[in-house]
Design a protein around this ligand. Sequence first.
Ligand code: AMP
Length: 282
Amino acid sequence: MLIFEDKAALRLACEEARREGKRVGLVPTMGALHAGHLSLVETARDQGAEFLVLTIFVNPLQFAEGEDLDDYPRPREEDLAACREAGVDAVFAPVSKNEMYPAGYSTRVIVEGVTAPLEGAFRPTHFEGVTTIVTKLLNLAAPCVAVFGKKDYQQWRTIERLAADLEIPAEVVGAPIVREADGLALSSRNRYLSEEEREKAVTLSRALQRAKARFEAGERDTASLEAAALEQLRGTFDSVDYVRIVGASHFYAPKAGDEAVILAAATLGKTRLIDNLELGVL
Ligand code: AMP
């Protein structure tokens, strides 16, 4: 497995792979890898990636003041071992943020619309950090396929929009959410949870599952579904940022015929968790 700390080496390796006729696949991550991340590697292979690059970079631009940038786990050696085991061809893991944002760096990539509500409302600078780093990684690796998890549903939809709007030729693929046996979506941030919080955390996926079960049973009153999920979360979580059903493509209130998705964000102690479920056609 190739390991790159500098971006020029990454670009060269991807150019060489393309010259050899290989389909380049890209899986961007912030590391602290778990089975959810590794499922993206499998999805990329299923999509025909022959030179598969996984990137590990805790991107300061997508963290706001007071968020967990400094505490974010960075188990470099374990991550590299997991990549090796998963059969990744190359890891790009810059050791300094200067590799991506050298002195004089001045550019942001902003996607409007889909980034405005939900995560965008609660983390106003988050998505421009994500779209900026992802644009840079797409330009460096120039992949045929780039895989993102539906765990970060709004992020996935934002990057689809970004690639379409900026004529970026990569195919943007969304991969299913990988969950613990009890339903909790895997997340690098789950390791912040105390034992007691971990038990409570399962309520997040349960509330969404209950909404989905009612939706499948024919309930189409989205306000009632949201209210029931909110009540369930408020009983367990220290705070709830949102529980909303939106149209999966535009992220505003869904109309009849839209693909609908329910998304939630809630906090236990100092750990903010997000989750979502695709409901089907409203
Ligand atoms: P992160 O390291 O949190 O930035 O995540 C990197 C990528 O892994 C993103 O595309 C996430 O959506 C995806 N991801 C994280 N957790 C999961 C999960 N439980 N299931 C599927 N994909 C995930």
